[in-house]
Structure formats: structure tokens, C-alpha cells
Design a protein around this ligand. Structure first.
Ligand SMILES: [Zn+2]
Length: 252
């Protein structure tokens, strides 16, 4: 009997017994289709009879742009070319580049969820990487320097949590410069590290609140037997939580 070819594909159907399992002999190629980047295949899982495309669950799925162009945009982002520059070079809108980045970030998250667990990290740097879209009205912030959540300015930041010991990016989130995004990146970090590492950041005010939201202890008080309302439980920073801010100042 002919051995089924291993296409490097696994079944994407969570209900299937072969879900995400490689080299089980359940997948075969049944058709091809043409994309901007050439021929791609359609596969079938024989276990659950699901059909799926080669590019599913990738950054490229169902894009009307060539894979090469998307990769180029992502590479330029990595070397910190701003959105305006990328959109000029590739002839696409800034919104399109941002949409690609979101997809890439989402995919990276999926992969990280599987690979990054219980990392023995002792230090984490938190950073908002850069302000993409520099428009004149992008400076609208509240008094604490937070951008307005639904700000019309379209301003997006890339939030990074980074472990310098391993040079590993633990989590990356694209979002506005708000407490909610800070909480998101801290929660994603917490899910991937073992214990409570020491955190360092710039002077952005929201991190402290976000860190306490993730790492705290709740003290409850036993009833005293006396009259009156019992004391409310108190939420305090976890005793192992260490947080330092590095605030740069220019010399006059
Ligand atoms: Zn299947």
C-alpha cells in the first residue's frame, strides 16, 4: 500500500480525534487553488471529513495581497519603520498594515500559548514600543498621559513584555495606551512565567495598577463578635511583587 504523504498538516477541527496531531495519516490533499503567491492546496481530514486550506490559521489566510508583501511589511515593522513609511513603500494604507500586524500578533499569541509556559524568568521589562501613527491630533491624552480609549486618533501601541535573561518576548499586545491594555499584557505575562518575576518599566503610570491587579493578596478579617459591620476584605500588592520604574530625564 502507498504510504500517505505527510503534508505537514494537522486537522484544524477541535472536535476531531486527530485535532492538531501531526503525521497520523489522516490528511490528504484533494485540490489546489491559485493565490497571488502561487498554488496552494486544500486538504481533507478523513477522520472527521473536514476540508481546510493550506493557509488557514496563518497570517496569510484569505488575504488579497501577496505573502511576500505581507512579510515585507512585518519585517519593516520589526526594524521599526513607521506605518507611514511602510504604507508609502508598499503602496497600501496604514490601516491595512495595521490589520496585517494584528493578524500576525494573533497568530504569534496562539503559538506562544502552546510553547511559553512556566518560564523561569526573574526579570521582566514592560515597554510600549512605539507610537505608530503620528498624526497631529494623535496627542490627545488625559491628564495622566493615557490615550483616550476610543480615541479617534487611530493611535496604536505595541506593548511588549520581555525577559532580558533569555531575550524572549513573553507577550505582545497591540492596543491603545490605557490601563486595560496594560492589564492585558501583564495578565498574558503572568500566564507564562513561573512565580512572580521583578518588573521594570518606563514611567507610564498604568503599570502599577495593572501589576497589582494581577499579583495581589486579599486579606479577610474574622468577625470580631462585636457589633457593627464586619471589616471589608483588603486587597494588597503581593509581598513578592517587585516593580521598578526607570524615568529618563533630560539634562538642561
Ligand atoms: Zn479531523
Amino acid at each position: 500500500m502507498r504510504k500517505p504523504k505527510d503534508w505537514g498538516q494537522s486537522c484544524p477541527n477541535p472536535e476531531c480525534t486527530h485535532y492538531r496531531r501531526m503525521q497520523q495519516g489522516n490528511v490528504s490533499a484533494i485540490a489546489t487553488y491559485l493565490t497571488q503567491s502561487g498554488k496552494r492546496r486544500i486538504f481533507r481530514c478523513h477522520t472527521c471529513v473536514t476540508h481546510f486550506a493550506e493557509t488557514r490559521e496563518t497570517v496569510f489566510f484569505d488575504l488579497r495581497t501577496s505573502e511576500e508583501k505581507v512579510m515585507m511589511a512585518l519585517k519593516m515593522l520589526l526594524v521599526r519603520v513607521d506605518l507611514t513609511g511602510i504604507s508609502f513603500v508598499l503602496g497600501v494604507t496604514e490601516e491595512t498594515v495595521l490589520a496585517w500586524l494584528r493578524r500576525a500578533a494573533h497568530q504569534a499569541e496562539e503559538i506562544n500559548c502552546h510553547l511559553l509556559r512556566a518560564l523561569p524568568v526573574t526579570q521582566v521589562q514592560l515597554d510600549e514600543m512605539w507610537n505608530f501613527i503620528e498624526r497631529k491630533h494623535a496627542c490627545e491624552t488625559d491628564a495622566a498621559g493615557e490615550s483616550l480609549p476610543d480615541g479617534e486618533d487611530g493611535r496604536q501601541w505595541v506593548w511588549i513584555s520581555f525577559a532580558p535573561e533569555f531575550r524572549v518576548m513573553i507577550a505582545a499586545v497591540v492596543g491603545p495606551r490605557t490601563l486595560d491594555t496594560a492589564k492585558e499584557v501583564v495578565a498574558a505575562t503572568k500566564a507564562r512565567v513561573a512565580g512572580i518575576p521583578a518588573f521594570f518599566s518606563d514611567g507610564f503610570t498604568c503599570y502599577l495598577a495593572a501589576l497589582i491587579a494581577a499579583f495581589h493578596v486579599v486579606t479577610t478579617f474574622a468577625r470580631t463578635g462585636k457589633r457593627g459591620r464586619p471589616r471589608k476584605p483588603r486587597c494588597e500588592p503581593h509581598p513578592d511583587l517587585v516593580y521598578g520604574q526607570l524615568v529618563k530625564q533630560k539634562k538642561r
